[in-house]
Design a protein around this ligand. Structure first.
Ligand code: PEP
Ligand code: MG
Length: 577
């Protein structure tokens, strides 16, 4: 029996024989062609590109309906890559001017893109390198006239073990055969993880060298809840996991039934669950999972390709978002560039980026860029209800300054006769301790607060949120954090403004009860966690939640609070622990 621990990315338990997917050899030899073969090679290249485009289009159409928008989005992204003029011209130039073989030209151009994307600071973007690999392999296969058969050759139900799965491999898994998967590499935000969750297949990634330890036919348990993979388990272990699998299947059935039920406590208090998104294309899937609107649209992802979008590009994105929300709430956050987001592409590198010129500070340094975005948001506000949210506010002066700029932009639009919502609510993220501590002052100036615990925890506890070496100290249940959250919620009550929370803390079931007990009624979370948060919400009364808060406020240590809260949540959703 071998036990390996990796990163749990999609909960549940799968027990089956392994199918080990051999890695595709992508090593392309350095090959050149004679001058007279160039035209023929270019024609072969164009045919292969066309074939690859047709394949992706077919996959998108075939799988979009079954797998939803998020997955279709991956293929849309692949289609865009296959139309990317600068990439394609580079490949053609390699063939025409350097006389590279088409295979070598394709590989050279893609590899240089992959190196570039890997050097980015943003983890989400860095992980998009698998998409580039995926498209590269597809074009190479089209050039060679081969198709990928390996996955189809699996017979009967199997758990898939692979070094890595490309997004399209993952998306096209035959779920009637493949009931779980484990990969050597990958991270929480990789597409494999996203798609695994969309498919509801238990999955563990980041297992190191599992593929070298498993042979096709071995019996494998994948525990996607705890991140464990067990190869050739003994009888006792097998019995335990069979019971866990049964429990999880019942749990998933329960959750699915909650989809159309309201998020309200057992004693009838309404909780609003909104979703966090990075791209407007995610809105459809978020609403399908039960979101009542969008509580955080992280617009800085418009800068993901390293280019500065113009007003029209901003407007198109916000217009698409407001249309997709169709009258439901939509909170658009202004640019949160810098630190962990898009640093290489637009913001200067700094020694201390989290304490530097990020977010609203950067917006003030680039007023033309900020005003361009404000104009686009305001223009989109004529098409449906939009709230505008300012990130990383630390002083009252920043709020006043931003509001002045908004009113300048409104004046311009009015002069130009362009319609907008002149009563657009302007709120702020409360994600820095100073803002939390002066929440009562800030509440007089803004229409709403959204607590950003990702940064609030990092700044309060002095723990870099992206540094795994201090991850142990990143404690949302630290008494300092709980006190700050309570202070912000109470300031909101006193001044009659809405307080929501959009940090990851609000999507973790461990914190659902105390947050309700603290008075939070609006949660903005990753779409995937909506059913479980709803389940916990519907299982408690406000009185019980308040008692939990009374109890944890007597604890002086985050560890004690954490284990108490885990125990409480475990009683409701044991399948997630
Ligand atoms: C936060 O800081 O909690 C937040 C939601 O913003 P981001 O994660 O985008 O910094
Ligand atoms: Mg933040």
């Amino acid at each position: 029996m071998i036990i390996r621990v990796g990163i749990p990315v999609s909960p549940g338990v799968a027990i089956e024989r392994a199918f080990v997917l051999e890695a595709e050899d992508t090593h392309i030899a350095e090959r050149f062609i004679p001058p007279e073969a160039v035209e023929g090679a270019l024609a072969r290249l164009e045919r292969a590109l066309e074939r690859a485009r047709a394949d992706v289009r077919e996959m998108r159409e075939r799988y979009a309906e079954v797998l939803g928008d998020e997955t279709a989005q991956i293929f849309r992204f692949h289609e865009l890559m296959l139309q990317d003029r600068s990439l394609l011209d580079e490949i053609r130039r390699h063939v025409r001017e350097r006389h590279y073989s088409p295979e070598y030209a394709v590989s050279t151009a893609f590899r240089s893109r992959i190196r570039m994307i890997r050097s980015l600071h943003d983890e989400y973007l860095r992980q998009r390198d698998v998409d580039l690999y995926d498209v590269e392999r597809r074009v190479l296969r089209a050039l060679r006239g081969t198709r990928q058969e390996e996955l189809q050759s699996a017979t009967g139900e199997v758990v898939l073990v692979a070094h890595d799965l490309t997004p399209s491999q993952t998306a096209t898994l035959d779920t009637s055969k493949i009931i779980g998967f484990a990969t050597d590499v990958g991270g929480r935000t990789s597409h494999t993880a996203i798609v695994a969750r969309a498919l509801g297949i238990p999955a563990v990634v980041g297992l190191g060298s599992l593929t070298t330890e498993v042979t096709s036919g071995d019996l494998v348990i994948i525990d996607g809840t705890k991140g464990r993979v067990i190869v050739n388990p003994d009888e006792d272990t097998l019995r335990t996991y069979r019971a866990r699998r049964r429990q999880f299947i019942e749990f998933a059935r329960d959750l699915a039934e909650l989809r159309d039920l309201p998020a309200e406590t057992r004693d009838g208090h309404k909780v609003t669950i909104l979703a966090n998104i990075e791209f407007p294309e995610e809105i459809g899937a978020a609403l399908d999972s039960g979101a009542e609107g969008i509580g955080l649209y992280r617009t800085e992802f418009l800068y993901a390709d390293g280019k500065e979008p113009d007003e029209e590009a901003h407007f198109q994105a916000y217009h698409a978002a407001v249309e997709a929300c169709d009258g439901r709430p939509l909170v658009i956050r202004t640019l949160d560039l810098g630190a962990d987001k898009m640093t290489d592409s637009i913001v200067q590198l700094e020694k201390n980026p989290f304490l530097g010129c990020r977010s609203i500070r950067y917006a003030f340094q680039r007023p033309e860029l900020f005003k361009t975005q404000l104009r686009a948001i305001l223009r989109a506000s004529a098409f449906g209800p939009i709230k505008l949210m300012l990130p990383m506010v630390t002083t009252l002066g920043e709020v006043r300054r931003a509001k002045l700029m908004i009113s300048d932009v409104m004046d311009d639009l009015e002069r130009e006769g362009i319609p907008f919502d002149d009563r657009i609510p302007v709120g702020i993220m409360v994600e820095v301790p100073s803002a939390a501590l002066i929440a009562d002052f800030l509440a007089r100036e803004v229409a709403f607060f959204s607590i950003g615990t990702n940064d609030l925890v990092q700044y309060t506890l002095a723990v870099d949120r992206v540094n795994e070496r201090v991850a142990e100290l990143y404690q949302p249940s630290h008494p300092a954090i709980l006190r700050l959250i309570l202070g912000v919620i109470e300031a909101g009550w006193r001044h009659g403004i809405e307080v929501s929370m959009c940090g990851e803390m609000s999507g973790e079931v461990v914190y659902t009860i105390p947050l309700i007990g603290l008075g939070l009624r609006t949660f903005s979370i990753s779409p995937g966690t909506i059913p479980e948060v709803k389940k916990v919400t519907r299982s408690i009364t406000v009185r019980e939640a308040e008692e939990v808060v009374d109890r944890i406020f007597t604890f002086s240590d985050a560890r004690q609070t954490e284990s108490y809260l885990q125990e409480r949540a475990r009683r409701i959703v044991p399948q997630l622990f």
